[in-house]
Write a protein that binds this ligand. Structure first.
Ligand code: CA
Length: 230
């Protein structure tokens, strides 16, 4: 998934970004309200992780619930991107205000990375209207909770980035995703995009799932054909 992390604490931000990337998420990290507003106006994210105590701009001091402005702006223009609020332990009124302003969930610091990962999956699932954590198509099942993938009931081992590419394709079987859209799912800002990375992951996935499982539309992108492969 492509995540926006809004967190002014460099230590917390760095460890979160590292942990999320290791799970195969693309993470863009901003430190203040203005940068978060700009990012959300320019790009589509799968989930936003929003600290509330933030500076308003790069050279400002943090103020207690400034992060709520990000949430209010987002919801104010009808954007339903899932938002998980990250709050300090003693900030109950902020938490209530966050939920009232349209947050999907909240976590109290300090929290386990595993718990954050589970909350991210849960809000994404609710957002997509799915009842469980699995995505399936034509004999392949991918479980977002256990990160297990199977083909006709047999387990298939994927790298974190192969998993991320397959997850993106499985979210909308039949829909064509461009190479740039898939790169967005794999890399955050400032990360060097390895040239040919997407074709390489597609090649690996075809070796593991069958050559016909992922179709190419020349010059456009990749998709999962509607009919099951023979
Ligand atoms: Ca903060």
């Amino acid at each position: 998934m492509r995540l926006l992390l809004v967190e002014d604490d460099r230590m917390i931000g760095q460890s979160l970004r590292l942990g999320l990337k290791q799970e195969g998420h693309a993470v863009d990290w901003v430190y203040d309200v203005a940068a978060a507003q700009a990012a959300l106006a320019a790009e589509q994210f799968d989930t936003v992780l929003l600290d509330l105590g933030l500076p308003l701009s790069a050279d400002g001091a943090a103020s207690a619930s400034a992060g709520l402005a990000v949430l209010r702006t987002l919801r104010g223009r009808g954007d339903a991107t899932p938002v998980i609020v990250l709050t300090a332990r003693d900030a109950l009124p902020d938490r209530v205000a966050g939920l009232d302003a349209g947050a999907d969930d909240y976590l109290v610091k300090p929290f386990d990375l595993d718990e954050l990962l589970a909350r991210i999956r849960a809000v994404a699932r609710r957002h997509a209207g799915r009842a469980d954590s699995r995505l399936g198509h034509a004999g392949v099942w991918l479980d977002l909770a256990t990160r297990e993938v199977s083909l006709h009931g047999q387990p298939v081992l994927l790298s974190a980035r192969e998993f991320a590419v397959l997850e993106a394709l499985l979210q909308r079987p039949g829909a064509v995703l461009t190479r740039a859209q898939l790169e967005d799912r794999l890399y955050g800002w400032g990360e060097a995009v390895e040239s040919n990375a997407v074709p390489v992951y597609i090649h690996q996935l075809r070796k593991k799932l069958g050559a016909d499982y992922i179709a190419s539309m020349r010059g456009v992108g990749y998709f999962l054909p509607k009919a099951a492969p023979p």
